[in-house]
Design a protein around this ligand. Structure first.
Ligand SMILES: Cc1cc2nc3c(=O)[nH]c(=O)nc-3n(C[C@H](O)[C@H](O)[C@H](O)COP(=O)(O)OP(=O)(O)OC[C@H]3O[C@@H](n4cnc5c(N)ncnc54)[C@H](O)[C@@H]3O)c2cc1C
Length: 210
């Protein structure tokens, strides 16, 4: 907890259990990475990986200022799960159930000797089991990829998991439906690429998603 990560509103929704943070990150596929570019705030959606206390971000060496920064860059990263739409009896009290994390820190380039492991973490995060099913990265691919790491040292987690709030002034009026509609991310039926032998069974990485 730092001055930057202190929740102002609804601090009771904060959760400092590291296991909650790890699960929240490990179940997410997308992080939104914010930084300041030439004086202007920018937010980019990105894939990520986690290993222990480190979050990895990766991209082309040809990408913009963020990945090109050799000295690293101060960032704020948000990872969010929308778990439900909360329908209250008033628009004012309507809300969402969610789990979200906000991370602050300096994202710095991973040195060459650590890049392969960091990229494995990103790949395995996105598609568990895939790393062992595909050919190894080539030296050219490694050289074309920048990987940044961010320590998970300055983090806040906020969780809402409840029914609708009620305004006492709405009294006993039961004429408006209220409740929670859970929201889930689901995968669809896999679509084989034309370059795939139709006789091949689904690999473990794909089958495990279904
Ligand atoms: C899916 C989703 C939708 C939301 N929609 C709205 C909305 O429409 N309007 C609205 O006002 N709020 C919304 N929130 C809540 C919003 O994220 C803030 O928590 C809220 O604005 C109160 O901020 P604050 O004044 O307490 O935080 P601030 O004082 O602005 O922030 C202080 C610190 O608290 C931490 N923090 C704040 N919010 C979060 C969070 N959600 N997760 C983790 N750490 C956090 C950060 O470290 C931040 O630096 C939404 C949250 C989620 C997950």
């Amino acid at each position: 907890m730092t001055e930057r990560t202190r929740l102002t509103r609804k601090p009771e929704r904060g959760d400092d259990d590291p296991a909650v943070l790890r699960r929240l990150l490990d179940e997410a596929r997308v992080a939104h990475v914010a930084f300041v570019r030439r004086g202007c705030p920018v937010v980019l959606p990105m894939a990520f990986g986690r290993e222990g206390n480190r979050l990895f971000l990766h991209g082309s060496t040809g990408a913009g200022a963020f990945l090109a920064s050799r000295e690293g860059l101060d960032v704020s990263v948000a990872v969010t799960h929308l778990d439900g739409l909360v329908f209250a009896r008033s628009a004012f009290d309507s809300s969402m159930n969610y789990r979200s994390a906000v991370i602050f820190g300096r994202a710095v380039p991973v040195p060459a000797e650590g890049k392969q492991d960091a990229l494995r973490a990103v790949t395995e995060h996105l598609m568990p089991g895939r790393w062992g099913e595909v050919r190894p990265l080539t030296a050219k691919e490694l050289a074309a990829t920048t990987v940044l790491e961010l320590p998970l040292d300055e983090v806040s987690v906020k969780v809402r998991a409840a029914g609708p709030g009620e305004d006492p002034e709405d009294g006993e009026d039961r004429s408006v439906w209220a409740g929670v509609v859970p929201v889930r991310t689901v995968v669809g039926v896999p679509e084989r690429s034309p370059l795939t032998n139709p006789a091949l069974p689904l690999p473990g990485s794909v089958a495990s998603l279904l």
